[in-house]
Design a protein around this ligand. Structure first.
Ligand code: SF4
Length: 510
């Protein structure tokens, strides 16, 4: 399956975490579509690894918000639990058995007023992306960007099929069949299915993601292929990126460019919000560190000049806004969402680039992330460590920044590689769950690294290890990193006495 550029630059979402907040909203939204009807109760069972992190990331509110029909960019997610209670919906939280489920998994059991009970098991796989793993205990893999029809029956059905892929699983209510379509199935076809002998229930599930279904298996799997094509055809990397997204989704160039422009506008808004005082969910950081740095710049007190500290201050500001459940653009994750706006909006201001030029640079960043995804990089700190969040965000920013000053594809790829190498092995060690310590200030090093790497690449410096191999090295490190250093709030900074004290204080307040 090929990855959308809008999975790398995007989604627009409420903070603080793309895996634990936006991804959980999406699991809830899928459950909302699958269940339908008037809800009486929602029971959440988190995988045991989320025991220490779910509340800090508001995963409970996110799941409940999704089930009651809110989307990941809705500010009402902040009050979703209260909203559910106001509607007379009971909520309960528990945990799945040890050792059987991936880290960012949750099972939702939803009871309706008409007596129906449906359970949905979903996993958040990083950057807000999700898969549904089971419905009513029947193992299925349901992607949120396609059209699906779910059919419940006592026995296996003989189905009149056209243009659909089919999966079957057996669960506590018999057989669940999942039909997947690339376009909306007709009403008459759905009615025909509903009338089939043996069907006990049927549900049409629309896609919940805006970037559209993947129509082709054609994809960029290496920087070397991308650079070769750009050089041979004499086409800018940004144009190849736009064409890739058009082929993947079937959307028009105009639509795709407009989507990216909207994301840029959202980033600008988040930069402005980051310059206001922000009250972080847990108050572990002041919420005004970005402004402190801006004050130092104004007073001429920074030792590394103006542009880089300014970009850093904005990255910190966006992260402070994210940490207060503000609306940001994940790039590729919420935990690293300050880096791309910090770099690009500061460059735009300093060098007078037009929105169109910045949009092109964002496409370059996006296609670099797409190649990483196709080479199996995980953008989730809990799967691959912070190198897959801050490291990747920094590297894709560097590539986009190089593209603003040079059209040479190899310089763009080497900017990415020089940058990514510097953050290989970066661990994910948030001290008590919420994306506050060290995440906010770690975005600063992502920005600085992107600037320095872009400068090196523009000067003609190349990575000794070829760009594709650097990406593979990141995947290698992901596998070798122990689980304690992947968002488990156990190792690294989370192992310090201060972190343990804070964790204890926070759990007393839950
Ligand atoms: S330490 Fe890095 S990977 Fe982990 S939650 Fe914070 S930003 Fe994400």
């Amino acid at each position: 399956m090929s990855t959308s550029i809008f999975e790398i630059i995007g989604p627009t979402m409420i903070g603080p975490s793309s895996s634990h907040t936006a991804g959980m909203v999406r699991i809830g939204r899928m459950a909302h579509s699958i269940v339908g009807g008037d809800i009486q109760y929602i029971m959440i069972e988190f995988s045991p690894m989320l025991r220490t992190t779910y509340h800090g990331h508001r995963s409970d509110a996110a799941l409940i918000g999704g089930v009651i029909g809110l989307c990941e960019s809705d500010v009402e997610i902040r009050n979703a639990i209260e909203l559910a209670h106001e509607r007379g919906i009971e909520t309960k939280i528990d945990f799945l058995p040890e050792g059987e489920y991936p880290q960012n998994t949750a099972r939702l059991t939803v009871g309706c007023k008409d007596g129906r009970v449906v359970s949905v098991l979903g996993t958040s796989v990083g950057g807000g992306s999700i898969v549904i793993d089971a419905v009513d205990d029947a193992s299925l893999r349901i992607a949120p960007e396609a059209y699906h029809i779910l059919i419940w029956s006592a026995d296996t059905l003989d189905l009149p099929l056209s243009g659909a892929t089919i999966q079957r699983g057996e669960g506590k209510k018999g057989v669940v069949t999942c039909l997947t379509f690339s376009s909306l199935p007709s009403e008459s076809f759905v009615s025909k299915l509903r009338e089939l002998k043996g069907v006990t229930a049927l549900k049409s599930i629309p896609p919940i993601l805006e970037y559209g279904i993947t129509l082709t298996d054609e994809k960029y799997e290496s920087c070397s292929d991308l650079c070769r094509e750009a050089e041979e055809k004499g086409v800018a990397v940004s144009d190849l990126a736009v064409r890739y997204e058009m082929t993947r989704s079937g959307f028009s160039e105009e639509y795709i460019r407009k989507e990216m422009l909207q994301l840029l506008q959202r980033m600008k808004e988040s930069v402005l919000e980051g310059e206001k005082p922000n009250k972080l969910l847990y108050g572990l950081a002041s919420g005004k560190d970005g402004r402190l740095l801006q004050e130092a710049i104004r007073e001429g007190k920074t030792i590394s000049g103006g542009i880089m500290p300014l970009a850093v201050s904005r990255a910190i500001g966006v992260m402070e806004y994210n940490g207060s459940m503000g609306i940001i653009v994940a790039a590729p994750t919420a935990g690293s969402s300050g880096i791309v706006p910090g770099c690009f909006i500061t460059l735009q201001e300093e060098y007078g680039f037009s929105d169109e030029e910045i949009v092109n640079a964002l496409f370059v960043s996006g296609i670099m992330g797409v190649i990483m995804a196709h080479r199996k990089v995980s953008f989730s700190g809990s799967v691959g460590g912070c190198q897959g969040e801050i490291g990747v965000s920094s590297a894709i920013s560097a590539a986009g920044m190089v593209s603003l000053f040079s059209k040479e594809p190899t310089k763009i790829a080497h900017g990415m590689a020089l940058c990514l190498k510097n953050l290989l092995g970066l661990v994910c060690d948030p001290i008590a769950g919420p994306i506050e310590i060290p995440c906010i200030k770690r975005n600063a090093v992502g920005v600085a690294n992107a600037f320095i790497s872009a400068d090196m690449a523009l000067a003609g410096i190349q990575s000794f290890i070829p760009p594709d191999e650097v990406i593979d090295a990141l995947v290698d490190v992901e596998k070798r990193l122990p689980q304690e250093l992947k968002c488990a709030t156990v190792g690294g900074l989370a192992s310090t006495c201060t972190a343990k004290r804070i964790r204890k204080e926070l759990s007393c307040n839950l």
